[in-house]
Design a protein around this ligand. Structure first.
Ligand SMILES: [Zn+2]
Ligand SMILES: [Zn+2]
Length: 172
């Protein structure tokens, strides 16, 4: 999980706005999780942080930009636009062990891992199976024709696989 800790002790009660434009955060995440994406339009996060109580903060923001993904069926690259708004509350873990706390105290200073929050918002946008379009025809597994561009002469209908064994039977 990419880390980017920012101090929140000094933020006034009415909150403060931040803008995150450094693309290194995203590259770090793509490498760490071996996600096959290429940069598109710069991913920019605009975030308002409002301290809450003594040990937490309300985080509201937007994440915009794009990445280039490769279609799972036809391997063509396409752009995935990201335009998200989010709203979350984070606070110091209350005693229970938390492997990846989003808020911590470091030499008396309360800090927020905004990197982890932004990464999570990004990751939620990634499709499990990237497709250039819902109806992508894919590539013929026999001849390699891109079926979005035209049909090939291969037999596409393999029929019912369960009956395949009977088709090969020869009657003597
Ligand atoms: Zn495709
Ligand atoms: Zn074919």
């Amino acid at each position: 999980m990419p880390e980017l800790w920012i101090p929140i002790s000094e933020i006034p009660a009415e909150g403060r706005d931040f803008s995150f434009t450094d693309q290194a955060l995203w590259r770090e995440g793509w490498e760490e999780f071996s996600i096959a994406v290429k940069p598109g339009k710069d991913l920019v996060a605009e975030v308002s942080i409002l301290p809450q109580a003594e040990d937490g903060a309300l985080i509201r923001g937007t994440l915009k930009g794009s990445v280039t993904l490769s279609c799972d069926r036809c391997i063509v690259e396409y752009e995935l636009n990201i335009d998200e708004s989010f709203d979350t509350f984070e606070q110091l873990p209350d005693g229970e062990y938390d492997e990846e706390p989003r808020v911590r105290t470091e030499s008396g200073e309360l800090q927020l891992n905004i990197g982890a929050i932004l990464w999570e918002e990004f990751a939620l946008n990634l499709p499990v199976k990237p497709l250039c379009s819902e109806g992508c025809g894919g590539i013929c597994s026999t001849c390699g024709t891109d079926l979005n561009k035209g049909k090939c002469d291969c037999e596409q209908d393999k029929g019912d696989e369960r009956l395949a064994v009977f088709r090969n039977l020869k009657i003597k």
